[in-house]
Design a protein around this ligand. Structure first.
Ligand code: SAM
Ligand code: SF4
Length: 332
């Protein structure tokens, strides 16, 4: 059972979903997410597992009933199973979920299941080993596929694939990725690339491909039926007559989803971000470190920050990125 909703922004939206980044570090360097020579934060600037627990607990006391653990790559944080176990035991928190690149799921899937993790989203942009290595710069497709299999064996249900589609790089694999998802009974969501941080690997303007175009390509082979499923976020979901899986599209450019936004993010260094596409933030790390045993102070600061949540974001591929942080800094 969820607690009363105590977080409401200036536009009347109730906030019940937290995306919590447990590290900015990653063992991959996906071309759309970060530069090849990424500089990560000094460890002292990143929230410890205990501080992450304080932050998550404060949000749960304020009525948040779903926490997604993300990063960076959450599974490079060795305290992740501990953190999942602590969150799973919090009364009022209905769902603890994880977004991962899948590389270390082979090692952690069983312990995460035992710790009480509810669901996992796994990023997978290509089924061709060489292309996968190119897009992730350091990743191994084999290990990620093994990770997915390990999560299935551990008993996770409704695993979901997240695929960022880039024109000219992997848009020819949309149908293949969907066939894979159907075969493995995995939900799948196709994501439009967002202009977060400067990257030099490709020009986002030319690689952009809209969800509408991807949907049209899929519909030639698999007719899609819209569903009423709504996560309060940017995704729109569809199903197919001959398969139980859900097919989602995240369209930050072509869909304005801000009106029903129910979420906030906390970065690995403890910045509470009120909106993915804006810089409004509150430094929770400073509050935690200056007043380490003052949960009520932390909660009142979080509650007050809600009034800064902007009404909507604005992404324009023809402008230089307005958001200078990379997705791994944002808590994707
Ligand atoms: N490392 C984990 C992973 O890759 O799943 C979790 C963090 S990652 C930042 C979360 C999601 O953001 C991934 O699905 C990734 O594909 C997506 N992502 C990263 N950069 C993006 C960008 N510029 N535009 C759209 N999606 C992006
Ligand atoms: Fe790492 Fe995830 Fe970013 Fe890829 S998308 S570089 S796996 S944080």
């Amino acid at each position: 059972m969820s607690a009363a909703i105590l977080l409401r922004d200036g536009f009347g939206r109730q906030i019940n979903y937290l995306r919590l980044s447990v590290t900015d570090r990653c063992n991959f360097r996906c071309v759309y997410c970060m530069p090849e020579k990424m500089r990560f934060l000094p460890r002292a600037q990143v929230l410890s597992a205990e501080e992450l627990l304080c932050v998550g607990s404060a949000f749960v006391d304020l009525g948040v009933n779903k926490i997604r653990l993300t990063g960076g790559e959450p599974l490079v944080n060795p305290r992740l199973p501990w953190l999942v176990e602590k969150f799973a035991a919090l009364p009022g928190l209905d769902q603890v979920t994880l977004t991962t690149n899948g590389d270390r799921l082979g090692i952690y899937a069983k312990s995460l299941k035992a710790a009480g993790l509810d669901r996992i989203n796994i990023s997978l942009d290509s089924l061709k080993p060489e292309r996968f290595a190119e897009l992730t710069r350091t990743g191994s497709l084999r290990r990620v596929l093994e990770g997915i299999a390990a999560a299935q064996r551990a008993g996770f249900k409704r695993l979901k694939i997240n695929a960022v589609i880039l024109r000219g790089r992997n848009d020819d694999e949309v149908l293949e990725l969907l066939r894979f998802a159907r075969h493995e009974a995995l939900d799948i969501t196709f994501i439009e690339e967002m202009p977060l941080g400067h990257i030099n690997e490709h020009d986002r303007k030319f690689c952009f491909i809209s969800s509408e175009e991807i949907k049209a390509a899929i519909s030639t082979e698999f007719p899609l039926i819209p569903t009423l499923e709504n996560s309060g976020g940017p995704a729109r979901y569809y199903r197919m007559d001959d398969s139980p899986i859900s097919v989602g599209f995240i369209s930050p450019h072509s869909n304005n989803f801000c009106g029903t936004c129910n979420r906030v993010r906390v970065t690995a260094e403890g910045r509470l971000l009120l909106c993915l596409g804006n810089e409004h933030s509150l430094d929770l790390r400073q509050i935690l470190r200056e007043s380490p045993n003052a949960p009520d102070l932390l909660k009142s600061k979080i509650q007050n920050a809600m009034s800064f949540k902007p009404e909507s974001h604005h992404f324009d591929l023809n402008e230089a990125p307005q958001i200078v942080r990379f997705m791994n800094m944002t808590g994707g």
